[in-house]
Structure formats: structure tokens, C-alpha cells
Design a protein around this ligand. Structure first.
Ligand code: SAH
Ligand code: SF4
Ligand code: F3S
Length: 444
């Protein structure tokens, strides 16, 4: 890679779209590029390499990628040495890959989610070859020990299981991320021990469905067992995880959340819809009654738990009655917050071919009603914090107001004034005001 070590340091601009999995993949990409001597820039006009780590879960963000990458043609005219790359979930789909290759001829480098570790070689080839495209279908193995430069100094993402076996009928992720593959417990524990040595206080364990962690290992393990091992590591103070499929939540996991002191009282439990008919069409393998029972059981074991969810409106065939059932469920559960999505047909998924696709106006009207209801519930949830004292991990300084920012164990953001020396500490903060998405506090 001698041509990379020129006097003037090469710069890369990295844009990350999509879920935490992609955010964490980008931390690996930053680690690799930094190791190659590149420096990160926030300004794409200063970059020698522009890389988009893409998401395929809905259509709109995909369309934007085509627009943005299209506009970089100009930059390339100004700087003929500029390399432009697309990685992440979009190239993992055949239709999308073809479209990238035909409609974006100025893209030099395309790779997928299974071959990020190949970036040094791909980049070297891209310096001389017309275009480098390498997308792997699936990867049986897991590549350990890649360099990672994390976005935060105190909280870290840690992969525990890759891929998804669930094939919810609307979802593209099983096609872009392949089948479930668990990391070995010893590798996960070693990574977290190292993080603790570096001063990290919090880990978020990542998987499309962490609840099936360990089922594919020769020496079977469960997610609850993994949590117990991590709970024993000194230095780490908080353990979070995402995502949990409701069908796979076992009693031992609920027990682990209730009893392990470092496991935080927050569970992201995507329900998607309150209609049993639509749940079936979605291939979710549970009913709304099952979900409500599960919520009751979890709340009995962990009374202060914050439950958050994902909801889709306008799935094919969704009637006003089906939608009312979603509103009813949301009303009953009282999620502390929810991600709400308009159903987006994804090529290659069964739902995209289902009859009775819902018109855009109906989808929009439904999502507005859903958001209004959830906002009201979220607001009440936030309001109930006022006057209470919460344990906060100080994570960041806000750029606008220079306040300190941290999160409660239930994952709500709290802003308060304090010295920058407090970064990385666990502190008690008294909540004095609730806003829609954050809380304001004073050091207790
Ligand atoms: N594995 C996680 C996250 C999957 S993607 C899980 O199962 O919860 C995150 C969310 O995007 C999903 O929960 C779903 O609500 C939403 N989503 C997925 N595919 C979608 C589609 N085609 N249209 C709209 N929303 C979708
Ligand atoms: Fe998609 Fe369903 Fe897998 Fe989540 S569990 S990633 S929604 S297929
Ligand atoms: Fe998007 Fe891929 Fe994540 S499709 S939601 S970035 S797994």
C-alpha cells in the first residue's frame, strides 16, 4: 500500500445509514482505514475516499443514496483521484447491486456486509482497476480481531450474533445479513474485558435477534448465560442489548434482567402490529394476546422496565379494523417510546407480492394517528420522571449548549450542566423538566 503513504495524509468521508449493526460495522471500517493511514473528514469535498454504508430496510433511504452518490460526479471531475464506494446492505441484494452498477458508473468500489475485512485489498485494487466489486452471498465463518475505532469512549457496541433466520414477510434483513451465526462466548468476553481495561463502562450487545444467541454453536449457550458471564466482568457497569424477537423471549432472560445488577431495565421488543391476522401474514409467530401476556410477565418481574417497540402501518391487506387493533395494543402496553414505520415493499420479500397493497394516503393518515397517540404516551412517561433522581452515565458533551449528556438505565437521555471532567462517570441527577425526547436535570 505504498501509494497510500504520501506526504499529505489521505482523507475519507464515511456516511452511515441504518441500524446499530451498520453503525458498528462503520466503526470497523474507521478502524481499518485509520490503520491504512487515512484520516476521517466530515466534509466530503476534502475526501480522497467517499464511502456510503447503506441500509435496505425501506425504499426512501435507498432512493436518497442514489441521489447523493449521483451528485458526487461533480466532485470526481474536480478530483480525478477521488474514490467512491458503496457498502452495507444495498449491494447485498441482486436487484440493487445491478442498479448501482448501471446507474452510478462513477462508483469505484462496491462491497457487502460479509467482506468488510477485505477492505484493505479491495481499496488497493481500486487504485488501479476500473471498478472493484466484491459481494459475498453469505459467510459461514466469523472474522475476529478486526481493528475497531469506536465513536464513544465510554459505551461500546459489541456483536454477539450476526444474521437473521426469521424471514418476517416484509423484511429484507435475512437476505442482506445471511443466516444466524453466534460469536463464541470466549471471544465476546475477551472483547468486553479489553473494553473494560480501556475504561468503557457500558456495552450494548447487538444482534437482529439476540434471544436465539448460542443455539447454532457446537457447544450450546443461551443469551441469559452470556449476560451472566458479562455481568461478572469488573469495570463494566451497564449492559444493554438489542433486538429481542417476542417469540423467543424465555423465562431465563426475564430472570436475568430482573436479577443481574448490570443489566439495564430497558427492553426493545418490536411488536409490529396489534392485529393477529396481520401478525400471521407478517410471519411473526405470535398473537397480540401472547405479546400482552409477555409484557405482563416482564413487568411483574421488572416493574420499572422501559419497553420500546417498532410498529409498521399499512402492511398489505391492513384494514381500518386491523389498524384499530394496533392503536388498542399501543394504548394498553404504554411503550415509553416507539419507532413507527410506513410499510415499504421490498423487492424479493413475500409481502411485496401480496395483493391489496395499501395506498400511500391511507398509510400516511394511519401513521399520523399512531404517532399522535404514541407521542401522548411518551410525553406522560417522560413527565413521570420529574422530581425523581436517576443514575446517569455521562457520555457526551452536547455541541450546541455544551451541556453534559447521559442516559438513565432505562435509556432516556438526560441533559445537565457540569464539568467535562465528569465524562465517563456514573452520577445521580435530579430530573427537573421533561421534554418530548429528553430530560433536563441537575447534579444531585
Ligand atoms: N431485527 C430487528 C430489526 C429489524 S429492522 C427486529 O426484528 O426487530 C427494524 C425495523 O424496521 C423492524 O422492526 C420493522 O418495524 C421495520 N421494517 C422492516 N422492514 C420494513 C419494511 N419493509 N417496511 C417498513 N418497515 C420495516
Ligand atoms: Fe427482519 Fe424479522 Fe429478522 Fe427482525 S426478526 S431482522 S424484522 S426478518
Ligand atoms: Fe438496514 Fe441492513 Fe440494518 S437493511 S436496518 S442496515 S441490517
Amino acid at each position: 500500500m505504498s501509494n497510500l503513504n504520501t506526504d499529505q495524509q489521505r482523507k475519507f468521508y464515511l456516511k452511515t445509514l441504518g441500524c446499530q449493526m451498520n453503525e458498528h460495522d462503520s466503526e470497523v471500517i474507521v478502524g481499518i482505514l485509520t490503520g491504512l493511514g487515512y484520516q476521517q473528514t466530515e466534509n466530503c469535498e476534502h475526501a480522497d475516499l467517499i464511502l456510503y454504508n447503506t441500509c435496505s430496510v425501506r425504499e426512501n433511504p435507498e432512493r436518497k443514496v442514489y441521489g447523493q452518490i449521483g451528485s458526487f460526479k461533480m466532485l470526481k471531475q474536480q478530483n480525478p483521484d477521488l474514490l467512491i464506494g458503496i457498502c452495507g446492505c444495498m449491494p447485498q441484494q441482486k436487484e440493487e447491486l445491478d442498479q448501482i452498477l448501471t446507474t452510478l458508473p462513477h462508483v469505484d468500489l462496491v462491497f457487502g456486509t460479509h467482506n468488510i475485512h477485505r477492505l484493505p485489498e479491495l481499496l488497493e485494487r481500486a487504485q488501479t482497476e476500473e471498478r472493484v466489486v466484491e459481494v459475498w452471498d453469505d459467510s459461514k465463518g466469523i472474522v475476529e480481531d478486526l481493528p475497531i475505532i469506536r465513536a464513544n469512549k465510554f459505551k461500546a457496541f459489541v456483536n454477539v450474533i450476526y444474521g437473521c433466520n426469521n424471514f418476517c414477510s416484509y423484511c429484507v434483513v435475512p437476505y442482506t445479513r445471511g443466516r444466524e451465526r453466534s460469536r463464541l462466548p470466549k471471544d465476546i468476553v475477551a472483547e468486553i474485558r479489553q473494553l473494560a481495561d480501556e475504561g468503557y463502562k457500558e456495552v450494548t450487545l447487538l444482534g437482529q435477534n439476540v434471544n436465539t444467541y448460542g443455539a447454532d454453536l457446537d457447544q450450546k449457550a443461551t443469551f441469559a448465560e452470556l449476560l451472566t458471564m458479562i455481568n461478572d466482568l469488573s469495570g463494566i457497569e451497564r449492559i444493554r442489548f438489542t433486538t429481542s424477537h417476542p417469540k423467543d423471549i424465555q423465562d431465563d432472560l426475564i430472570e436475568a434482567i430482573a436479577t443481574l445488577p448490570k443489566v439495564c431495565e430497558h427492553l426493545h421488543l418490536p411488536v409490529q402490529t396489534g392485529s393477529d391476522r396481520i401478525l400471521k401474514q407478517m410471519n411473526r409467530h405470535y398473537t397480540s394476546a401472547y405479546y400482552l401476556d409477555l409484557v405482563a410477565k416482564i413487568r411483574e418481574a421488572v416493574p420499572d422496565i422501559s419497553l420500546t417497540t417498532d410498529l409498521i402501518v399499512g402492511f398489505p391487506g391492513e384494514t381500518e379494523t386491523d389498524f384499530q387493533e394496533t392503536l388498542n395494543l399501543v394504548e394498553k402496553v404504554k411503550f415509553s417510546s416507539a419507532f413507527t414505520f410506513i410499510y415499504s415493499p421490498r423487492p424479493g420479500t413475500p409481502a411485496a407480492k401480496m395483493p391489496d397493497q395499501i395506498p400511500e394516503v391511507v398509510k400516511k393518515e394511519r401513521i399520523y394517528r399512531l404517532i399522535e397517540l404514541q407521542n401522548q404516551i411518551s410525553h406522560e412517561y417522560m413527565q413521570a420522571h420529574v422530581g425523581k433522581t436517576e443514575e446517569i452515565l455521562v457520555e457526551e458533551i452536547t455541541t450546541k449548549t455544551c451541556e453534559l449528556s447521559g442516559r438513565t438505565r432505562t435509556n432516556k437521555q438526560v441533559l445537565f450542566s457540569g464539568s467535562p471532567d465528569l465524562m465517563g462517570q456514573l452520577l445521580h441527577v435530579k430530573i427537573i423538566e421533561a421534554k418530548t425526547w429528553s430530560l433536563k436535570g441537575v447534579l444531585a
